[in-house]
Design a protein around this ligand. Structure first.
Ligand SMILES: Nc1ncnc2c1ncn2[C@@H]1O[C@H](COP(=O)(O)OP(=O)(O)OP(=O)(O)O)[C@@H](O)[C@H]1O
Length: 268
């Protein structure tokens, strides 16, 4: 196995409960710059909860979050944003009546005095899209209501990239897309990683995971069943990790068996 680069974001033994329900149990998860890390798991496995802990929407009950090797506290979305951690949610949170530039700068508009600096915003939006080799969005001044699902996803992702993000978490970005648009969004994820960002791809689609991910992390009933380089697992093994919390072929015991099996491929 090749030596792993240092993780940019590292979660260690994260626990999170809602009242009596423990949703995350001693979860280790690492995210590395220049890589796409797929986060997989069945419905209710805890993927969204983990992401909400990382993005400051939920506070963790225990565990440590390291950023660039230093322990940090994420006490709210602002703390996550300050570290350049951005989440692109499934529902995209774009405003239909606003155009591409307006959406990309929504809430963080550039101004010259009291007046919006439209020219600079348009230029920066165009630069960001060009930096990601996006050619599918033809006009930056068209309302996003006139865009296809894939184009909307592209705008939402580019918006996250625009804000000097270091970690971009994509929450099922291809769930509502057809084949061609799925390909474009996966290419975009790859390009972001190639540009040096740490990309997390939450997905239920094994084809997407194997098409683009460098590593795969599988949650099973709130435990991290494994985090391994994609080249070291087969589709069948990942499915087994998702559905049973273990893969006999990987020599991993079932999640929740009590053993400390933190097979975390991203650890140096
Ligand atoms: N605010 C909450 N209060 C109580 N329980 C919650 C809350 N949020 C999530 N849960 C529970 O935590 C578990 C994990 O949910 P989560 O949404 O993180 O899973 P997921 O892996 O993202 O699932 P999906 O793929 O369906 O989106 C579920 O059993 C869910 O019911």
């Amino acid at each position: 196995m090749s030596t792993s680069p240092s993780p940019l974001l590292e979660l260690s033994r994260i626990n999170k409960s809602f009242g009596p329900v423990q949703v995350l149990r001693d979860v280790d998860f690492t995210v590395t710059a220049g890589e796409v890390t797929a986060l997989v798991g069945d419905n209710g496995a805890g993927k969204s909860t983990l992401v909400k802990c990382v993005s400051g929407i939920y506070s963790i009950d225990s565990g440590i979050v390291f950023y660039d090797g230093e322990p940090i506290s994420i006490n709210g979305p602002r703390d996550a944003a300050d570290r350049g951690i951005e989440v692109v949610y499934q529902d995209l949170a774009l405003c239909d009546n606003l155009d591409v530039v307006q959406n990309m700068f929504l809430g963080r508009e550039r101004r010259t005095g009291l007046v919006l600096d439209e020219a600079t915003m348009e230029e920066l939006a165009a630069e960001t899209l060009a930096g990601l080799s996006v050619r599918t969005v033809k006009s930056l001044r068209q309302p996003v209501s006139s865009l296809s699902g894939g184009q909307r996803q592209t705008v939402a992702i580019a918006k996250a990239v625009l804000w000097n993000s270091n970690v971009v978490i994509l929450d099922e970005p291809t769930a509502a897309l057809g084949v061609a648009q799925t390909g474009q969004v996966l290419e975009l994820a790859r390009r972001m990683a190639d540009n040096g960002l740490a990309v997390v791809l939450i997905s239920h689609n094994m084809n997407d995971v194997f098409a683009v991910a460098d590593r795969v992390a599988a949650l099973y009933l709130g435990r991290m069943a494994a985090q391994v380089p994609i080249t070291e697992v087969t589709h069948a093994q990942v499915v087994e990790l998702i559905t049973a919390g273990r893969s006999g072929d990987l020599g991993l015991p079932a999640a929740g068996s009590g053993d400390d099996y933190g097979l975390n491929g991203a650890r140096g």
